[in-house]
Design a protein around this ligand. Sequence first.
Ligand SMILES: Nc1ncnc2c1ncn2[C@@H]1O[C@H](COP(=O)(O)OP(=O)(O)O)[C@@H](O)[C@H]1O
Ligand SMILES: [Mg+2]
Length: 418
Amino acid sequence: MNTPPNTSSTEFNPNDKTPPNSAGTEIIEVDGENVKSVVDANEYPLGFRACESVENYEFMNQIGTGSYGVVSRARCKKTGDIVALKRIKLPQELLVEGFPTSALREISTLMQMQHPNLVNAHEVVVGSDYNKIFVVMDYMDHTVKDLNEIMKQRFTQAEVKCLLIQLLDGVKYMHDNWVQHRDIKTSNLLLDNHGNLKICDFGLARKYSDPPRAYSPVVVTLYYRAIEILLGEKKYTPAIDMWSVGCVFAELLLKKPLFQGNGELDQIKQIFDVLGLPSESRWEGFQELPNVKKFHFTGSKTNNLHKRFTQQIGMTNNLPILSKLGLDLLERMLEFDPKLRITADEALKHPYFKESPLPKSKVMMPTFPATVHETGHRGHKRKHDEIVQEKAAPENSLFDRELQDLYEQNVNNRDSIF
Ligand SMILES: Nc1ncnc2c1ncn2[C@@H]1O[C@H](COP(=O)(O)OP(=O)(O)O)[C@@H](O)[C@H]1O
Ligand SMILES: [Mg+2]
């Protein structure tokens, strides 16, 4: 049974499995894209201590600018360590009303969540005035998005499994701690040269409650946005993150996003074309969703997801390879009904991860020299051919790499491979 949280608690306790108070004080006013909310003080128990100065770090180059901040590579003057510094965006107009909720949430979540698959934040430092606030994080070499774009070949199934397990471990940790990320996508997944994947960007993350209450509908980048949000469900659950994980899984195999709508309606249409139209029997409550009442949707009568992937290793018609079990896992992540959608915990136990090819170990993952992160210029990316440095024997094509993975795992049973 879910018991209400201890509201007098001031410490974050990662073992606390009680949900945040569902009768909390968040009020959402959707004003175009601007979502304001009244903060529940219990959500930010950390308290800000006196911060060190950003002067302790030497700026090296800018890595990325997103919607919520600017990230730079920097060197700690005391230790020589290379770190990432994220300057939290504090728009003047929001500062008039106090410290913005979005910034508080991001800093608080980053500092509280500690897990090998979440980016590690060390401290918060301040600049020359109070509106210059930076979070100091472990520096990571690449984003999964950049790698997927510059690699000429696709990740193999064994590599995809290695990445997906780490992503699911990170998501499971967040959900176990009552946090929804709400912006899982390949540019928010960081990878280092030791095969470690870490989820970053907690700019939209927030605590959730059980039962869910109404949250902002302006969340999750369109391509990765769960169908229930697109159809107007405001009381969404952490299942929205699992939809995004499904989109990432498919993207790792396809080398491009699975659904690339040029607007919300087009996004819905693309989803229905691939997954088929939902029905009341497949998704209880579907007909009651606000946008289902408003619009008439068309789409395929059948689920065509399998057509995007070949199922046998012998079919080399340029399609990515996904086994039947892999397809089953992907379909469960893209299940229309959020109540039936697979959880991170269930996904980690899926037989796809137990079948051959087994997940590649992190030390065997390919490494890549500096990409955009160190050059600071996206235009400086070189072709995968020139830059990829495989730790294993050089491999020519995806097909060879798949075979190599199979071979490594079936070395005592070669007849079954060839
Ligand atoms: N710890 C890090 N190490 C290396 N690069 C990072 C790190 N954190 C963020 N980045 C880079 O900066 C970009 C923007 O950071 P992110 O936290 O996603 O901010 P935004 O909210 O602006 O999207 C990321 O997509 C990634 O390229
Ligand atoms: Mg981001």
